[in-house]
Design a protein around this ligand. Structure first.
Ligand code: FES
Length: 126
């Protein structure tokens, strides 16, 4: 499956957009951010990976356009293994560190990372 690069998605935030404070990201689990008030907004989530911070498009590689947290349920992590991101639709699991699928209907695929950086305590796109 070929996925659209993150920046080409409708409503993708521009490089340099301030997303939140670094302290807004919980110690465990991810936080979702939505850009564009439409039926098909740009949805992404940010979570901690040890001392690092990762961001991915909130879209499962099993069904493109389907968020991993249907009805906003869950914190994006596998309840039994917090090193894995969990899709609440059909249960696929992805490595938190890379977004690569490790089990489920997404095998051979993965989540799409969104580049972020931290500066002065703020998380910024790019
Ligand atoms: S939509 Fe995520 S596993 Fe099916």
């Amino acid at each position: 499956m070929s996925l659209l690069p993150w920046a080409e998605h409708e409503h993708a935030p521009e490089i340099g957009t301030i997303v939140c404070l670094e302290t807004d990201i919980p110690k465990v689990g991810g936080k979702e951010f939505i850009f564009g008030e439409t039926k098909r907004p740009f949805r992404m989530f940010i979570l901690r990976d040890g001392n690092d911070i990762k961001a991915y498009i909130n879209g499962c590689s099993h069904f493109v356009g389907t968020p991993l947290n249907p009805n906003n349920v869950g914190n994006f992590l596998d309840a039994n293994d917090p090193t894995l991101i969990y899709c609440g639709v059909h249960g696929s699991r992805f490595l938190l560190t890379t977004g690569a699928c490790v089990s489920g209907d997404c095998e051979g695929e993965g989540l799409q990372p969104v580049p972020i950086s931290v500066a002065d305590g703020q998380i910024i796109i790019g």
